[in-house]
Design a binder for this molecule. Sequence first.
Ligand SMILES: Nc1nc2c(ncn2[C@@H]2O[C@H](COP(=O)(O)OP(=O)(O)O)[C@@H](O)[C@H]2O)c(=O)[nH]1
Ligand SMILES: [Mg+2]
Length: 269
Amino acid sequence: MCTTCGCGHPDQVRIGELPHRHSDDDAQEYTTPNFSHSTFHFNKPTEPDDTQKRLLKIEQDVLGKNNRLADHNRAFFEKQHIFALNLVSSPGSGKTTLLTTTLNALKNDCTCYVIEGDQQTENDADRIRATGVPAIQVNTGKGCHLDAQMIGEAMVKLRPKADSILFIENVGNLVCPSEFDLGEKAKVVILSVTEGEDKPLKYPHMFAASGLMILNKVDLLPYLNFDVAQCIANAKRVNPSIEVIQLSATTEQGLGDWLNWLENQRKQG
Ligand SMILES: Nc1nc2c(ncn2[C@@H]2O[C@H](COP(=O)(O)OP(=O)(O)O)[C@@H](O)[C@H]2O)c(=O)[nH]1
Ligand SMILES: [Mg+2]
């Protein structure tokens, strides 16, 4: 269980079966320990016990508080005509590279700001600042996602102008950021072709929560066994209305589609 957001619940865990029992002679039997006072889910109670009820309450409180703060952020963004996007992905899919490429393309036409989320280091904010765009780094320590309060605190420091664009690069994680509304207009999930076309099926909540999937690093396709059509079909299976843009943040192939998407979304308000 994630210690920061309390996500996940033992009752939701399912341990599958081996389709065929293998016949290794030296296979070792594992014996389930009997922890009499444990909260492990091996001895699954039929009714939630006090600890589980408390955890559920904490999770509801955490998400409820986050949603209220996210609404507050959203109201601020709407009032100031700030177009806020929440970029989510696993680590290394190319969020910061996409952002630097995008900012270099946009910065003469509109005012942009970036909030960078990582557990540690100021590296990504430094990469953004090198483009001349103001960036606030949020380090979450053990936390695996940004939350609405962190965005509010970063906004106090950013002091953004009206009619601008705010890009939020979330902590690299395809799981928890899907649960946390930051007040953004949309989540954009970035999946790189080196990650495998099955990821929308394995992490459906993130793809269901996103309005756009950017399929990044398409310049590497000639060297990989990656089925683009299957990947898009997988994403549409969990979210039939998700839009898809194929792109390379390094060669800039497809960059125009992404810039057009941004412009259209901004126009729609
Ligand atoms: N070939 C290729 N590499 C990329 C592309 N985008 C990002 N990368 C590389 O992927 C690595 C991780 O990129 P980064 O932007 O730091 O990912 P992040 O962790 O999601 O922010 C870096 O070595 C980038 O140069 C791309 O479109 N094509
Ligand atoms: Mg990054």
